[in-house]
Design a protein around this ligand. Structure first.
Ligand code: F6P
Length: 341
């Protein structure tokens, strides 16, 4: 009976448990065994495993987070990390791995595949920034959480005649800001793909007040003003070299008050966007990814990633999966600009 390991790595997101449940359900039907690996790559390097059967995944479809735990450990940066992983897989009798993660996790999966380890990737991230798939699961949930927050902020902004600034996640890609801002009727959307002109933003704010409404600005955490921030410090980075972001909304708060004289308040949504139950779209997408991933593993179709193409789930090469970061195209951003101000 083939044994397939499954792990979740990188930032968690709603839908991870749905993938695990899909993998286990189909494995059970096809007489393969699933070994859960705790805490992402760190757990695989340290041999932290748990056997998964139908009973152990009952009731997890609706649960956010990951029953397996996650970490941002990068085995490629650990001395002998890849060798440790290969040795632990052999010792545990694991024939192949399903690695559920974003750009970083799938990059590690590709390195493992290049080193001869059997691995299949499943794309997750609230950022929706993987080029090889139309959507990653987790994104739809995050957008809906942000949209609901924007809806709520509209009414309090109007009551107090304030500028409300909502900071959402997105380091390099502004998908969450763009979708939630458009869906929530934001008056300005600021994304990392396009450095913003602060004076122009202030112009939109003044225009909005002239029309007797209060402005809502949605800003992605990675957005920055033309010329950058005066005192930028990106010294704190994780194992994949990412700076810890967060703060643009508070920076804007001060700048807007100074330049327009209007009261401005920031709301940073942070990890709220990654928590809680997945939307129906994410539950279905994650489940289908899980079913197709274990199918690919049973067929020995290694070195691939499940991808949504239109309504179909395809398999693409891991190399293609990590080749291009999908960012918001300028022409799409321009479509939303008609609502600015
Ligand atoms: O990659 C997913 C993500 O939520 C990003 O949008 C965000 O910048 C990052 O993770 C935050 O990571 P952490 O939870 O490690 O601070």
């Amino acid at each position: 009976m083939p044994v397939i390991g499954v792990l979740t790595a990188g930032g968690d997101c709603p839908g991870l448990n749905a993938v695990i449940r899909g993998v286990v359900a189909r494995a059970d039907e096809r007489d393969s065994e699933v070994l859960g690996i705790r805490n992402g790559w760190e757990g695989l390097m340290n041999g932290l495993t748990v056997s998964l059967d139908r009973d152990s995944v009952r009731g997890i479809l609706t649960r956010g987070g990951t029953i397996l735990g996650s970490s941002r450990t990068n085995p490629v940066k650990v001395d002998g990390g890849i060798e440790k992983i290969a040795a632990n897989m052999e010792r545990e009798g694991v024939d192949g791995l399903i690695a559920i993660g974003g750009e970083d996790t799938l990059g590690v999966a590709k390195s493992l595949h290049d080193a001869g380890v059997n691995v299949i990737g499943v794309p997750k991230t609230i950022d929706n920034d993987l080029g090889a798939t139309d959507y990653t699961f987790g994104f739809d949930t995050a957008v809906n959480i942000a949209m609901e927050a924007i809806d709520r902020l509209h009414t309090t902004a109007e009551s107090h005649h304030r500028v409300l600034i909502v900071e959402v996640m997105g380091r390099h890609a502004g998908w969450i800001a763009f979708h939630s801002g458009l869906a929530g009727g934001a008056n300005v959307i600021l994304i990392p793909e396009q450095d913003f002109d602060l004076d122009r933003v202030c112009g939109y704010i003044q225009k909005r007040f002239e029309d007797q409404y209060s402005p809502i600005i949605v800003v992605a955490e990675g957005a920055k003003p033309i010329g950058g921030f005066p005192d930028e410090d990106d010294s704190a980075t994780d194992a994949f070299g990412h700076a810890r972001l967060g703060g643009v909304a508070h920076w804007l708060e001060g700048q807007i008050e100074e330049k327009t004289g209007e009261e401005a308040r920031a709301t940073v949504l942070g990890h709220v966007q990654r928590g809680g139950t997945p939307t129906a779209f994410d539950r279905v997408l994650a489940t289908r990814f899980g079913l197709h991933a274990i199918e690919a593993a049973n067929e020995g179709n290694w070195g691939k990633m499940t991808a949504l193409r239109s309504t179909e789930i395809d398999l693409v090469d891991l190399a293609d999966a990590v080749a291009v970061l999908k960012t918001v195209p300028p022409e799409l951003y321009e479509e939303a600009e008609v609502f600015f101000g």
